[in-house]
Design a protein around this ligand. Structure first.
Ligand SMILES: Cc1ncc(COP(=O)(O)O)c(C=O)c1O
Length: 344
C-alpha cells in the first residue's frame, strides 16, 4: 500500500516519470579539468519536466492532491499567485482547465507589451490575471478571495508554489515512485539533488523518506533564500506534511540539507552559472533546463562535483557514485530569457 493511498488524488500526471543516466555529461565531467579527480560518477535524471501537464514540472504532482481537495470542498475556482514567469501559475491554470474549474492568478509586476513564456500559457489556459506588486501578492490574493465569495463563487486558495502539506504529499509519493525505480534499476543513490524555493518539493521528499524509512540524503539547492531560512521553512513544512501523511515526525532545521551558495544576483536573475548549466545540458544531452530553478540548481551541482565534493556531506565518489538530479521542469520560461541565453 502506498504512503498516500488514504489521501484523495485527482490524476493529472503521466506517472511514473522516467529516470535515466546522463552518460555524455558524466563522461565530460570526468574528463574536464577538475580540482578533484572524478573516477566514479553516474549522474541520473528524474524527469518531472515530463509530467505531461502543460509542458510538465514539479507542480503537477502537488496539484493532483490540491485539485482533489478543491473538488472535495465543492470549490469552483483555483486562485494562486506567483511571479510573471511562474511555472506554478501556469500549471495551476492548466490543472484548472483539465478539472473544469476556473482559475484566477495574482501576478507580481506589470503586464508585458507582448505575453510570452509561462504568462502566455496562463492566458491560453484561460486564467484571469490580476496584477500587483511583488510584496502585495498575498494581500491581493486574500482580497480576491473575498471578492469572488461576494460574487457567489467558491475559490480554493493555493499558497506560493503549492507548498502546503496537501501539495507536498505529491512529493512524498514521488519519492516512493523513485525508490521503486531505483530498486528496479538495481542502483543505490548517494544523493538526490533538487532546486528548493517555496520548499514543498523538498519537504514532501523529506516526509516521504521518513515514511518509507529510506535514509537517502536529499540536498536542496536554494534558489532565493539563506540556508538557515530555507532549512527552517522546509523542516516546518516537512513536519506538517508527515502529520498529514499520518506518519508524525518532528523535523529539525538541521535535518534538512540545504546549500545556499548559488543565489547569484537574486531570484530570476540569470548569471553565468545558470547559462553554462543550461548550455551544457542542452549540448551534451539534448535536454532543456530552465533559467530560474533547474539551471541554478544543476549549475550548483556541477560546481559541487567539480570544486567542493564535501557538499554532499561525504567525499564525492566514496559511495556508489550515483547522484540523481530531480528535473523539476520550467522550460517555458526559457523563451522569456532569449536575449540573455543567446547573444545575437
Ligand atoms: C521549475 C521549478 N523547479 C523547482 C521549483 C521549486 O520547488 P518548490 O517551490 O517546491 O521548492 C519551482 C517552484 O516554483 C519550479 O517552478
Amino acid at each position: 500500500m502506498s504512503i498516500t493511498s488514504h489521501l484523495s488524488r485527482y490524476s493529472l500526471a503521466f506517472l511514473p516519470t522516467p529516470v535515466h543516466p546522463l552518460p555524455r555529461l558524466s563522461e565530460w565531467l570526468a574528463h574536464s579539468n577538475t580540482q578533484y579527480p572524478i573516477s566514479n560518477l553516474h549522474i541520473w535524471l528524474k524527469r518531472d519536466d515530463q509530467t505531461g501537464l502543460a509542458s510538465g514540472g514539479n507542480k503537477t504532482r502537488k496539484l493532483e492532491f490540491l485539485v482533489a481537495d478543491a473538488l472535495a470542498q465543492g470549490c469552483d475556482t483555483l486562485i494562486t499567485t506567483g511571479a510573471i514567469q511562474s511555472n506554478h501559475c501556469r500549471q495551476t491554470a492548466a490543472a484548472a482547465a483539465k478539472a473544469g474549474l476556473k482559475c484566477e492568478l495574482v501576478l507580481g509586476g506589470q503586464p508585458p507589451a507582448q505575453p510570452n513564456g509561462n504568462y502566455l500559457l496562463d492566458l491560453l489556459f484561460g486564467a484571469q490575471v490580476h496584477w500587483t506588486t511583488r510584496e502585495n501578492r498575498l494581500n491581493r490574493l486574500a482580497g480576491l478571495a473575498e471578492e469572488l465569495r461576494a460574487a457567489g463563487r467558491r475559490p480554493y486558495f493555493i499558497t506560493y508554489g503549492g507548498s502546503d502539506p496537501v501539495g507536498a504529499a505529491g512529493y512524498a509519493l514521488a519519492l516512493e515512485e523513485l525508490r521503486e525505480q531505483a530498486t528496479a534499476l538495481g542502483i543505490e543513490l548517494d544523493a538526490i539533488v533538487i532546486p528548493s524555493s517555496s520548499g514543498g518539493t523538498q519537504a514532501g521528499l523529506a516526509a516521504g523518506a521518513w515514511a518509507l524509512g529510506w535514509d537517502v540524503p536529499i540536498l536542496g539547492i536554494s534558489i532565493d533564500e539563506s540556508q538557515a531560512a530555507l532549512q527552517a521553512k522546509v523542516a516546518d513544512l516537512a513536519t506538517r506534511t508527515a502529520a498529514h501523511l499520518g506518519r508524525p515526525h518532528r523535523f529539525a532545521p538541521a535535518d534538512i540539507l540545504v546549500d545556499a551558495s548559488y543565489l547569484g544576483a537574486g531570484y530570476g536573475v540569470m548569471g553565468d552559472l545558470e547559462r553554462e548549466a543550461i548550455r551544457l545540458m542542452a549540448r551534451a544531452e539534448g535536454i532543456l533546463l530552465d533559467p530560474v530553478y533547474t539551471g541554478r540548481a544543476f549549475g550548483g551541482l556541477l560546481d559541487i562535483i567539480r570544486n567542493r565534493p564535501e557538499g554532499f556531506g561525504k567525499p564525492f565518489g566514496s559511495g556508489t557514485g550515483n547522484v540523481l538530479f530531480w528535473h523539476t521542469g520550467g522550460s517555458p520560461a526559457l523563451f522569456a530569457y532569449a536575449g540573455e541565453l543567446v547573444q545575437s
